[in-house]
Design a protein around this ligand. Structure first.
Ligand SMILES: Nc1ncnc2c1ncn2[C@@H]1O[C@H](COP(=O)(O)OP(=O)(O)OP(=O)(O)O)[C@@H](O)[C@H]1O
Ligand SMILES: [Mg+2]
Length: 376
């Protein structure tokens, strides 16, 4: 009986036929699909071409071999003498790396990372250049998108801070002045009363007081629209309750908010974001829904927070072409994206409108923490 470490005949894979070293290199270079790898002669004419080069630049080997590599550069770069300069630099320093626009066979441009290395023989004579090009367009597009979304978050934060500041100014400065004015008018009225003059303009002072009250109410409403004071002072639950009451009073549509008790620990950026989403959803209900009721549910689970806003109004055809000037639903999507959450709209004509949002736990407790403390 064969012991366990004895080899059974036929156990060994059949030896592969020997591959010459040049062929191995060729196979290796051909196997690379996401890099254009090719050779240039010392004057810059293409002498070899791999599959990656064909994929990235669009030329078949027989269309490009023998042509000068300046075909890959933009007319501006060619006019500025860039191809020749890069070969010169690679010849002098051994290697040159560059990022910039290059041109495909069909004339389209791509953002390329290019490395050109000088190839010399044993005696140091320049035999040509090895050129490796990577298409970075997609990566650059993603980086640009990331930057744009960072900028949009920062702008959102800046806007909230600015609104907070204006709301405080309105409340503290103009509000105080109105209060003082009302007191002066009340004093004036009291003095007029003691004089007991029949012509005392008491009706006018009454009128003035009523006007001042109306101004104070408008001012409070504008300030609260800009930044509900409750959001900063008492948190999301109180602010949403206030929003629903105010909405019911203003539009006569019954708004109900149910919110988990433990939703109070949601950090300021997320709380502001959720508040603004519900505010926009309610504005839509007032403008479009012709609803009798709207229900807002904020449920805090261990995994995060889910927010549902449902009305019993006329609904909408959601697959209709979006209006280029409608930003409400888009803005909600953007805000939810900033919280790394998900949002879905469900509606059919005649069957109300439903918005479902899920925000992960990590976004509830942290966020752009540079919501300026000085603006509070
Ligand atoms: N609760 C709702 N009930 C019925 N239709 C709605 C509701 N919410 C949104 N819609 C429909 O979806 C469309 C897009 O809403 P969105 O908030 O994006 O834009 P808008 O309210 O028209 O404009 P704005 O940019 O000022 O918000 C609305 O025009 C409306 O037709
Ligand atoms: Mg809207």
């Amino acid at each position: 009986m064969a012991s366990s470490n004895e080899r059974v005949p036929g156990d060994q894979p059949a030896p592969l036929p020997e591959i010459a070293i040049e062929d191995r290199h060729h196979l290796l270079i051909e196997a690379v699909h996401d890099h254009a790898i090719f050779m240039l002669d010392p004057d810059g004419h293409v002498t070899s071409w791999n599959t990656g080069a064909q994929r990235i630049k669009g030329y078949a080997p027989d269309e490009i071999i023998g042509r000068h590599f300046s075909a890959f550069y933009t007319p501006d770069d060619i006019a500025a003498g860039k191809p020749a300069r890069e070969l010169e630099l690679a010849g002098a320093a051994g290697r040159v790396e560059d990022e910039g626009w290059r041109v495909r066979r069909d004339g389209s441009r791509f953002w390329a990372n290019v490395v050109i290395s000088a190839v010399r023989d044993e005696s140091g004579v320049l035999r040509g250049f090895a050129k490796v090009t990577r298409d970075m367009t997609e990566r650059m597009r993603l980086a640009a998108l990331e930057r744009a979304s960072e900028v949009s978050t920062q702008m959102q934060v800046a806007r909230e801070n600015e609104q907070k500041r204006i709301a405080r100014e309105l409340h503290d400065d103009l509000g105080q002045q109105l209060t003082a004015l009302k007191m002066s008018v009340a004093l004036l009225e009291a003095r007029l009363k003691t004089r007991d003059e029949p012509a005392a303009p008491l009706g006018e002072t009454h009128e003035l007081q009523a006007q001042i009250d109306a101004m104070a109410a408008s001012l409070r409403r504008i300030a609260a629209d800009l930044r509900p004071p409750l959001l900063d002072d008492l948190g999301l639950c109180a602010a949403l309750d206030w929003l629903a009451d105010d909405f019911t009073r203003r539009y006569g549509v019954r708004a109900t908010v149910r919110i988990s008790e433990n939703a109070g620990d949601i950090a300021e950026f997320s709380a502001t974001t959720i508040f603004r989403i519900v505010q926009e959803a309610l504005t839509n209900v007032a403008r479009h829904a012709r609803a009798r009721t709207v229900d807002v549910d904020v449920v805090r689970t261990g995994a995060g927070c889910s927010i549902t806003i449902v009305d019993d109004g006329v609904g909408a055809q959601l697959d209709a072409a979006p209006n280029a000037r409608s930003f409400g639903l888009l803005g909600m999507r953007e805000r939810v994206r900033q919280l790394e959450g998900s949002i879905a709209f469900h509606s059919t004509p005649g069957a109300g409108f439903r918005i479902e949002i899920d925000v992960p736990e990590r976004s509830l407790l942290a966020g752009p923490n540079d919501m300026d403390a000085s603006a509070r």
